[in-house]
Ligand binder design. Structure first.
Ligand SMILES: [Fe+2]
Length: 295
């Protein structure tokens, strides 16, 4: 690449790369901006080390990629330093529930989810708390042509309350009473997304399906759907299709929810972890020929 200003160091064959040579407390120039975008498109998730930025600078960075939005569902999370768009996600030693501790794409239960998330590590446990990422395009590429063609005609229904429990059973750390309350609070919050979408920037086909939020294939029963959803999830999360990011204080991760799914590991019992998150809105996945939404 001409006039290259950054160094891109991939973490695995397909997913995730560390970016060096950028100080996000300074304005990012046009060429650097282009290179960061290219890295995000190439790797689905990018990581910066040793950053020391304010909430306002985190917002400015997010704005390079689209509209920064404080999402309604995060309204009960505290904002950071008067920046409404930057939310503090804190996990305290006594907290049983681990937010994001499952394979998912953020807010996939909405019709237009945010496409990118930017997470800044402020306080970390002494060990553990890594985040894993898995690429949705390489997962699609690895399927047989027959299964690819079949999936292009299918959609799944993503349901918000699956974060708290599924099939009447609360998840780990969720009491039956809290699950019942969340079922009532978020009743009807769901979205149907084609299983195969085209990434608007790379043009690659991706497998947009969540083993956690996807309840069923549209028009199928849950019982019929679960075995195939599980199979596809196992393909997306094959170890060689993932990367694992080890956080340090000052690390920033940015990922594209149209290209990767992620998993926040729950392996730091009794310790505190604080992250600052913002979300970026932009063009969503495009339909592919043969998809349920292409006509
Ligand atoms: Fe997440």
């Amino acid at each position: 690449m001409k006039n290259q200003t950054i160094t891109v160091r991939p973490l695995s064959a397909h997913t995730g790369a560390e970016i060096f040579g950028v100080d996000l407390s300074e304005p990012v120039g046009e060429q650097t901006d282009l290179e960061i975008r290219q890295a995000l498109n190439d790797w689905g998730a990018i990581f910066f080390r040793d950053q020391d930025i304010t909430a306002a600078q985190q917002v400015a960075f997010g704005r390079l990629f689209g509209k920064v939005e404080a999402h309604g569902y995060a309204s009960n999370m505290p904002s950071v330093a008067g920046q409404e768009e930057v939310k503090e996600i804190a996990r305290n030693p006594g907290d049983v529930r681990n937010i994001g501790g499952f394979w998912h794409m953020d807010l996939s239960f909405l019709e237009h989810p945010n496409y990118a998330s930017v997470l800044y590590a402020r306080e970390l446990p002494s060990h553990g708390g890594d985040t894993m990422f898995a690429h949705l395009a390489t997962a699609y590429d690895a399927l047989s042509p027959g299964l690819q063609a079949t999936l292009e005609a299918l959609s799944t229904v993503h349901i918000k309350t699956h974060a708290y429990g599924v099939d009447g059973q609360p998840r780990k750390g969720i009491s039956p009473a809290y699950y019942a309350k969340m079922l009532e609070k978020f009743a009807g919050i769901e979205a149907t997304h084609p299983v195969v979408g085209r990434h608007p920037e790379t043009g690659r086909k991706v497998l947009y399906l969540s083993p956690f939020y996807s309840d069923r294939f549209d028009g199928w029963t849950r019982q019929e759907s679960v075995p195939l959803i599980r199979h596809l999830a196992s393909q997306i999360t094959r170890p060689e299709n993932t990367c694992r990011f080890r956080w340090e204080e000052g690390s920033i991760a940015m990922w594209d929810n149209r290209a990767v799914m992620h998993f926040a590991l729950d392996d730091y019992p009794g310790q505190r972890r604080v992250m600052h998150r913002l979300t970026v809105v932009g063009p969503w996945l495009e339909p592919v020929a043969g998809s349920a939404l292409s006509d």
